[in-house]
Design a protein around this ligand. Structure first.
Ligand code: PLP
Length: 377
């Protein structure tokens, strides 16, 4: 069987398991606001879904995204998930001879998009306790050169959960400005951060800010997000977009309803996921060889470093999947540091987390006995 068939069948099997506790993709499994459900039903009952949406998104949603970010004056392109905007931006902004810079670990799809567009990819290693598992302005300045066209910064970082300070963001923006490079500030996990600064405030001309409804609102399956940037950048992206017929109407209505209740609904999500992080911290503290490099995490996930335990991340993922938990192996995010960690998502019911934490010692013991596992994705 070809690799892509294996991979698809893998995710299909996961989705077909009604008992599966999804703790590997940073999706949100806490109850949806009833207003969001009602908005989706209304989109069907009112026949709104029978037509196309405006090409760049419903105006109310575009405004809502800008308000939520607090980025007055920028333009919004609503996309089928943040990933579509990332794909489009990477394919539009870089080409052969250009350089694309990002961190390792990070989220690897934009790396593939840039490589497919012909760019040279530079991945700066940041799995380093001495630097707080963060990219430093010095590292970025050292990597940027005359061919650097695009810097891709994930903040909060998936998988590490680190978030950059205002000073760091200001420094990154200044380095990109100096180089005349575009900066994609991937803010998919921004809502989970303790404090978050948008690079667009310092470098509005060439910063592209991504927005996702998959994580904070929990609409991953609806595929809805956005790219936010200066009008000139959006104009370039809007001239030949992958989907000029507008994003899913039902998803846009759901996203709008979510924004309307965010201030009353989201604090409960945040409290639950932070309490879940604390549960993992306590569980990990009791198991020899496991550590939590970044705590608290600024994302809705934490990584567990397994290096000192001698357990392979893939084996721990396999042991977890046998007990109906999906967690993620480091290899999804990095080749260089693949052997070091697994990632566990925290926007899940407390009961899932309690069961996972209670089982964790047993999962580690089981993983020790697993030598060969099927490919994990
Ligand atoms: C860093 C990062 N950016 C973008 C995405 C994609 O977000 P969306 O579901 O909105 O396409 C993800 C999804 O996991 C992610 O981790």
């Amino acid at each position: 069987m070809r690799e892509f068939e294996h991979k698809n069948a893998y995710f299909d099997r996961l989705a077909a398991n009604p008992r599966l506790r999804w703790m590997g993709q940073n999706t949100n499994h806490l109850p949806l606001p009833p207003q969001v459900r009602a908005a989706m039903l209304d989109a069907i009952d009112s026949d709104a879904i029978r037509g196309y949406a405006p090409p760049l998104g419903m105006e109310a949603l575009r405004r809502g995204i800008l308000d939520d970010l607090g980025l007055a004056g920028a333009s919004v392109m609503v996309t089928d998930g943040a990933i579509e905007g990332l794909y489009h931006a990477c394919r539009t902004l870089v080409g052969p001879g250009d350089e694309f810079i990002t961190t390792d670990p990070g989220w690897r799809w934009p790396v593939r998009f840039a490589a497919a567009a012909g760019a040279r990819v530079v991945e700066i290693p940041i799995y380093d306790a001495a630097a707080g598992y963060k990219l430093t302005p010095g590292q970025l300045a050292g990597a940027v050169g005359p061919r650097t066209r695009l810097v891709y910064l994930i903040d909060p970082n998936n998988p590490l959960g680190v978030c950059y300070t205002r000073e760091e963001i200001e420094a990154f923006a200044a380095i990109c400005r100096e180089a005349g490079a575009y900066l994609i500030h991937d803010c998919t996990y921004r809502h989970f951060a303790f404090d978050h600064t948008l690079a667009a405030h310092f470098y509005p001309q060439r910063t592209l800010t991504t927005y996702s409804f998959s994580k904070w609102l929990g609409l991953a399956g609806l595929r809805i997000g956005a790219i936010v940037a200066d009008g000139e950048v959006i104009e370039a992206l809007a001239s030949a977009p992958p989907n000029n017929l507008g994003s899913n109407v039902l998803s846009q209505r759901a996203a709008l309803a979510g924004l309307a209740v965010k201030s009353s609904w989201f604090p409960g999500v945040q409290a639950t996921q932070r309490a879940n992080q604390a549960m993992i911290r306590d569980a990990v503290a009791g198991i020899a060889g496991l550590t939590l490099p970044v705590y608290p995490s600024s994302g809705n996930f934490v990584i567990i470093d397994v290096t000192a335990s001698g357990v392979a991340p893939e084996a721990l993922v396999e042991a977890s999947s046998r007990r109906d938990f999906m967690i993620r192996q480091g290899g999804y995010h990095t080749e260089r540091f693949a052997h070091r960690f697994v990632k566990v998502s925290t926007t899940v019911p407390a009961q899932w987390m309690r069961e996972f934490c209670e089982l964790l010692p047993e999962l580690v013991a089981t993983a020790r006995g697993i030598n060969a596992v099927d490919a994990k994705y």
